[in-house]
Design a protein around this ligand. Structure first.
Ligand SMILES: NC(=O)C1=CN([C@@H]2O[C@H](COP(=O)(O)OP(=O)(O)OC[C@H]3O[C@@H](n4cnc5c(N)ncnc54)[C@H](O)[C@@H]3O)[C@@H](O)[C@H]2O)C=CC1
Ligand SMILES: O=C(O)C(=O)Cc1ccc(O)cc1
Length: 311
């Protein structure tokens, strides 16, 4: 075996993303030691049962001590408290990164705690499913997916390249952008679709007459796609909404305007307008497919079992 990229990698948070990382790190031999830490005893016990790491602790400081790479994979609202907790134990020269779905807020929460001499490089793998917890992860999750970095001014290019190489070895393609651009882009391509899904499923659930029987009976249609997204982790998505508030509100305003226009076209029987929009949107999907982007969540994700012992 070639020598591992890192002597010790610490994973703080071992849910869908942390456990997928653990699995791919093991498969690719990227670290000699994988230290796993999470704040829930049940989750930690489950990670140990699954054999995801080399050591397990509820003390995040202990996990990150001597680690060359520390990856924080917790809900974005918890990133500040985790950074504060681990800061005194971080090794000089270590790379500290995260996987959070929002970037400006994570930077604002974590950066003040990062000691001089530690390379903090915020990141976000655009890969996931609606599942959560250590059972839900799988080593192939990051394959052919983007991982976006939002490096801070003055980031050491060598540390950025090492982290990029790590993610490439996990199967990802790398891009960098500034945090505001990331948050605006993700608001439309990821956050709004989830919010719309939560909303439509909530609306259907409010309509007593169509729920339970009809919703279940007829959910083989488009509604089913929304229920998948609307099954995503409530803590994670509460945090995303609260921590990308401005960009999400901006995109929701645009969305509502366009929805009102669509509503008007339906009310006034403007078939041409409807046809033009639907033709344009069909072209969007075709161009995504032609660009070679795998837009379906892989099957191995579908098969993962939801684990009750998360938290
Ligand atoms: N689920 C998805 O599809 C994706 C999620 N992300 C981001 O990845 C991060 C983690 O998400 P998942 O792995 O899906 O969540 P998850 O719910 O599966 O796992 C979260 C983990 O964090 C731990 N945790 C929570 N608060 C903690 C704290 N204060 N200290 C230590 N551990 C704590 C939990 O015990 C659990 O192990 C989130 O920031 C999310 O925005 C990024 C890409 C995709
Ligand atoms: O399950 C899906 O379709 C997703 O979109 C997963 C996902 C959720 C959050 C992210 O920040 C990135 C990817």
């Amino acid at each position: 075996m070639t020598s591992p990229m890192f002597e010790k990698i610490a994973l703080v948070g071992i849910g869908l993303i942390g456990s997928s990382l653990a699995r791919v790190i093991r498969r690719e031999g990227l670290a000699r030691h994988i230290a796993i830490s999470t704040r829930s005893e049940n989750t930690l016990a489950r990670a140990s049962e699954l054999g995801l790491g080399s050591s397990y602790t509820m003390d995040a400081k202990e996990a990150v001590r001597d680690a060359d790479l520390v990856i924080v994979s917790v809900p974005v609202g918890s990133s500040g408290e985790v950074a504060e907790e681990i800061a005194p134990a971080l090794k000089q020269g270590a790379i500290l990164t995260d996987v959070g779905s929002t970037k400006a807020s994570v930077i604002a929460q974590m950066q003040p705690h990062v000691p001089a001499g530690v390379h903090f490089i915020p990141g976000h793998p655009l890969a996931g499913t609606e599942k959560s917890g250590p059972d839900a992860g799988f080593a192939e999750l990051f394959e052919n997916r983007w991982c976006i970095f939002t490096p801070l001014p003055g980031t050491d290019p060598a540390a950025l390249e090492k982290l990029s190489e790590f993610w490439r070895r996990c199967g990802s393609n790398i891009d960098t952008m500034d945090p505001q651009h990331h948050d605006m882009t993700l608001a439309i391509v990821s956050h709004l679709p989830h919010i719309i899904a939560y909303n439509i499923v909530g609306t259907a659930d409010d309509l007593e007459s169509v729920t339970k029987s009809e919703v279940i009976k007829y959910s083989a249609s488009g509604f089913r796609d929304f229920t998948r997204l609307a099954a995503s982790d409530p803590t994670m998505w509460r945090d995303v909404c609260l921590h990308n508030k401005d960009a999400i509100l901006e995109m929701l305003a645009r969305f509502s305007e366009d929805l009102a226009s669509l509503q008007r076209a339906i009310r006034w029987g403007d078939g041409e307008k409807l046809f033009d929009l639907f033709t344009r949107t069909r072209a969007v999907r075709r161009s995504i497919i032609e660009a070679g982007q795998d837009i379906d969540v892989p099957d191995f994700g579908r098969q993962a079992v939801e684990h009750p012992a998360k938290g």
